[in-house]
Write a protein that binds this ligand. Sequence first.
Ligand SMILES: *[C@@H]1O[C@H](CO)[C@@H](O)[C@H](O)[C@H]1NC(C)=O
Ligand SMILES: *[C@@H]1O[C@H](CO)[C@@H](O)[C@H](O)[C@H]1NC(C)=O
Ligand SMILES: [Ca+2]
Ligand SMILES: [Ca+2]
Ligand SMILES: [Ca+2]
Length: 760
Amino acid sequence: MSLWTKESDQWETSVQFLPASNSKALEKRGPGRKITLIILVVVFLAIIALITGLLVWHLRYRNRVKVRKVYSGSMRITNEEFQDYYEDPSSPQFRNLATEVLNQVFPSPPACPHLERQSFSYHCQSGQVITLQSPGFPDSPYHANSYTEWLLRADPNHRIKVEFDTFSLENDCGKDFVRVYDSLVALDKQLMAEKCGVYPPSEPLSFISSGNVMLLTMVTNEDKNFPGFRAQVSQIPSQIPGCGGALTGNSGSFATPNFPSYYPPLINCTWSIQVPDGKYVKVQFKKFLMSEPGQSYSTCKKDFVQIGSTKLCGEKSPSTVVSVQSNKMDVLFSSDMSYVDRGFSAEFEAFEPTDPCPGTFQCKNNMCVDSNLRCDGWNDCGDYSDEMNCKCTNAQIKCKNGLCKPNFWQCDSVDDCGDNTDEENCACRNPEDFTCQNGNCVSQRKKCDGQNDCGDSSDEISCSRGAKLSVVPCTEVSYKCKNTQCINKENPECDGVKDCEDGSDEANCECGTRPYKSSRIVGGQAAVEGEWPWQVSLHIKGSGHVCGASVIDERWLVTAAHCVQDSGQTKYSQPQVWEAYLGLHIQGKMGEDTQKRSLKRIIAHPYYNDYTYDNDIALMELDSAVTLGHSVWPICLPAETHNFPVGENVWITGWGATREGGSGASILQKAEVRTINQTVCNDLMSGQITSRMICAGVLTGGVDACQGDSGGPLSAPGAQGRLFLAGVVSWGDGCARRNKPGIYTRVTKFRSWIKEKTGV
Ligand SMILES: *[C@@H]1O[C@H](CO)[C@@H](O)[C@H](O)[C@H]1NC(C)=O
Ligand SMILES: *[C@@H]1O[C@H](CO)[C@@H](O)[C@H](O)[C@H]1NC(C)=O
Ligand SMILES: [Ca+2]
Ligand SMILES: [Ca+2]
Ligand SMILES: [Ca+2]
């Protein structure tokens, strides 16, 4: 039935759609009926006019709104066969069909508000790769306020695979985003993923459809236009490899289809594992990412893994182990029609029922860990079972709850024991007191009273006296502006607020940012490409990577003085023996953005002590300036008064080389460490720690490798997501070892020396 048919009996049918409150009027018979109908038609037309007005305003003029919405719908023509020529909107067949459809639906085509939108349509052929890119890519940023869609089709019995090789959008999915649908229309229930932000090439982003169609849409708002994306589209057979199968033997590995990229929607895979008779099977999920909106992590109704009656979904730690008391195990993976994730990679292993962890320690959750990880203060099992019932050594604190923790986590304001034992009896015993930066204790009442009670003015730092910052007498801990005035705010440099009258605290703040935020997949130890754009690899010509360094501007690097001391035949102090690689990710593999430079000059600190490693810092001038960008970017240098609080989480990065050699990693590695209380560290290192050094220890369990390179950066977070060069990897293994702190050169102590030598 149609509202537009003029036969009167059909009018009656149509008015039944009006609200119930009008039904009484409709029951009336006689002459009143015609008037009612006229009134109804007038009201109806008024409503249509109002809606049209609102729509025109919404679509045409209301483009300043922050959140954009895209409306879509679909229509099926039931009495027509789909033909290839219908894909081409300019074909006569398409036009004829469209006119027919429009004539049936509307007596005359409605006026459409003009929208800035583009639509592309492709049909993949076997063996053919189609390249898609956002409008303007790569020469110009994408357009503002645009809607672009790509309709992708494949032959029957094929799937569409889309692989993004570049993906760079604004980092707010409420503003600019790309959506991938498992259909040709933008239906929420078939939305596979919504993406924004920047993905580095080392983090693959590819999607596979469940059938032979897929839709990509891209929506942008009015500002912040980024380069956009480029993707390769191809068709692959419906039967995708890696979805289930039989696994036999004593051990092996398996993963979801397309891992480490996204699995397809609507898929069931079953792996049937069988190990030799008499043994039992266990499976450890090394990576497990199966998160999606609307998932309940207790019932796992959407995408999940099932082993017997155990269901897993969401994100799981790498210590997730499932075992069965049988030599057979079925692992089922199931994904539903909306939202996909990266899936899992797993290893299975046969074990003797009588000895599940030969030669190693068996955790309560059935995982096996190296025996020497027992009672070392790190939770390696994931359930603390390796840290229970331990006898603490001299190098450990005995927590009241029975755990043992390394001494160096004492007095760092972080509760490592879980019951605060490690933070008791630190400095000011009276809880009423304030601890000064120099360790003195003053009454809380003396804080921010305008008097220097601590002796170092630290009781007068970070005092908010209204909105106005006060200029204070200059001391060791107060920040000095360029105009020589001192201000009472901690770490005011590059925090986005103009604190100095002359604005000098916010000058030269283009540093310390990075294009790629590391996302969850890379957890582990390998860095993401572009994650540490100030990291430099220093090579000795002919013998490869020897030390790390940090970029501080387009011409200067900071490294360790011990890297540039002559030894035997090699004249490490001479600039001509070195080569600097900037923007390098994998050793031996020059990336597109890797820049290689020779050195013009090396300035080692004149007071460097080869015996104590005091003043272990050096500067290197490049023979020509590098181009700063995504892959090469300077880290911020902290002001002399910058305070890196004890207990703060910081990062070390490098390929794991020490000056003395040792096998390094090929991919840049990273490790999260935590700064250690100076007094505690000095005690631990038998009094070898000077004020020009800063200690940090490995934070998370499991990391035990040599992550830092001599001379490489210790990167600490500052305001606005910027990173500051807190230290230079110096000694004490530079490597992050669990029970040994690493010792770094404290860069704040050398700020004015760096300025004097480089002007930076
Ligand atoms: C996967 O298996 C479940 C349970 O057997 C079934 O309900 C579902 O339809 C299957 N999905 C696909 C895509 O085959
Ligand atoms: C370091 O620990 C000592 C006690 O061992 C304490 O007196 C001092 O205040 C701590 N330092 C900092 C900066 O927390
Ligand atoms: Ca442990
Ligand atoms: Ca602690
Ligand atoms: Ca500031």
